[in-house]
Design a protein around this ligand. Structure first.
Ligand SMILES: Cc1ncc(COP(=O)(O)O)c(C=O)c1O
Length: 456
């Protein structure tokens, strides 16, 4: 790292970090949306080599440095990030405990990756920890032979997309072994789903239909439509292989699935021996129960984890499933950088932080939800509903135009949020605060939302 360009960028990042260190939360909140001129301008570099669809924002809006829920752009504007990075930084940017642990682990030389034949202590420990979280109060020794518990972990996968397609492969193997004479295979998912970028998973959301045969059928049900679910199960019965769902649909306006819908789906999948696969890549690690499926009082057959599991330090995904489904061979579903001791260590640290902060997580989620509902009451002519649960929330606005304008004004004021308003009927601002948010920062964001809503 010796070129002038790199030295300059280090200088800007160092100044940005010093800015974060010197300021109290109150001072940071007061500066949100401002240009921090004490930070030297970073050297300009370009995005012109990126694929076109990635060049959305201007270079000056790109990330320079972050701390907690705040970050500074290359244009030196201070933002309050209400989305935890790309929904993956459970504890925000550079959490002090996680950074300390990471630096210690790096000093010890714990490797980022190693071969899946020699996974090492932390990968093994994480697999045990995940089984333990799925089965609280049960002695680990008694779990290994259980057929009904989530007791098997596949950890050798880096991204959520590979984890989702791995779950799909397991479901296909199970289907072939248990229903060998069936000519049709049916997958059921929820309209508006997002199970990653593997192309069979994208087929669940209507892409690539032209490359699949008529034997492979993809059915979609509307969220919480029990009648629709009954119809699909009545039509396809034992041809159904698996039902995929996300507890909070962060790709469809943060719609929360209802307990009675999920429980009915569990009953129906069992009645036709189909697998229930819960994709918790978004929801894992954001609730006091750690895995949100527990709120539905069901046990899925396969649980998919990712994103927040390592608090954004390095991608590491996992699936946890019932032993009877353990059908994949070693190289049927791996990432060569998925059997990763250091990310596994970070995941253990992240889970430890959650366990230490259960009450705070619960309290903060409830607080944010309550504040959002109060805001909706204040602006009934603009806000249609509050969606989601806890920190994974959506503000559904009256129409697409208002949602887009609201989002634009948030960005202008230094509030980084996401918006779903690009499909017909979608008009929702999305937030997923990192768990280091405070009541003060939530109040600040709600107050900014209020000020913006008053301008309509
Ligand atoms: C619910 C869900 N499933 C799967 C994925 C894919 O994960 P990844 O981006 O790590 O491949 C995502 C990513 O946003 C997701 O939100």
């Amino acid at each position: 790292m010796s070129s002038i360009l790199e030295k300059k960028i280090f200088r800007s990042i160092t100044h940005a970090n010093q800015f974060f260190e010197k300021k109290t939360e109150k001072q940071l909140l007061e500066s949100v949306g401002r240009i921090i001129t004490s930070i030297p301008l970073p050297p300009h570099t370009t995005k012109k080599w990126f694929q076109k669809s990635y060049v959305v924002a201007s270079d000056k809006d790109d990330f320079l440095a972050g701390k907690g829920i705040f970050y500074i752009t290359e244009g030196r504007k201070l933002f309050l990030d209400t989305t935890a990075g790309h929904y993956q930084m459970t504890w925000g940017y550079n959490h002090p405990v996680l950074m300390k642990n990471l630096n210690q682990a790096l000093k010890l030389g714990i490797p980022w990756d190693c071969h899946s034949n020699i996974p090492g202590f932390f990968v093994k420990k994480l697999s045990e920890k995940l089984v333990q979280i799925c089965n609280p109060g049960t002695k680990l020794e008694t779990l290994q032979d259980s057929n009904s518990s989530l007791n098997t972990v596949l950890l050798g996968i880096a991204t959520g997309s590979v984890a989702c397609s791995t779950a799909m492969k397991i479901a296909l193997n199970y289907f072939r072994n248990n229903k060998p004479n069936r000519k049709k295979i049916v997958f059921v998912s929820i309209n508006g789903n997002y199970h990653g970028t593997d192309f069979i998973m994208q087929r669940l959301r209507k892409m690539w239909d032209w490359i699949f045969s008529d034997n492979l059928i993809f059915e979609m049900v509307e969220p919480n439509d029990i009648e629709g679910l009954h119809k699909i199960f009545k039509t396809h019965k034992e041809n159904i292989c698996a039902f995929f769902f996300e507890p909070v649909m962060m790709n469809r306006e943060a719609i929360l699935l209802k307990k009675n819908f999920v429980q009915e789906a569990r009953r129906l999948t069992e009645s036709v021996d189909a697998l229930m696969i819960v994709d918790e890549i978004q929801t894992c690690c954001w609730y006091p129960e750690i895995f949100m499926y527990k709120q539905f009082d069901i046990t899925p057959d396969i649980l998919i984890l990712g994103k927040g599991l390592t608090a954004g330090f390095h991608p590491l995904s996992a699936i946890v499933y019932k032993r009877k489904l353990d059908s994949l061979k070693q190289y049927d579903a791996i990432s060569t950088n998925g059997n990763a001791p250091l990310p596994a260590f970070m995941a253990l640290c992240c889970l430890e932080l959650i366990e230490k902060n259960l009450n705070k997580i619960e309290e903060l989620g409830n607080y944010y939800e309550k504040k959002l509902h109060c805001l909706a009451q204040e602006f009934p002519e603009l806000i249609v509903s509050i969606q989601g649960k806890g920190m994974l929330s959506g503000i559904k606005l009256k129409n697409q135009e208002i949602a887009l304008a609201f989002h634009k004004k948030c960005l202008e004021k230094g509030i980084w949020a996401r918006v779903h308003a690009y499909y017909e009927g979608h008009s929702t601002l999305l937030t997923k605060f990192a768990l280091v948010a405070t009541k003060n920062s939530i109040d600040f964001v709600i107050d900014t939302f209020r000020k913006i809503l008053r301008t309509f």
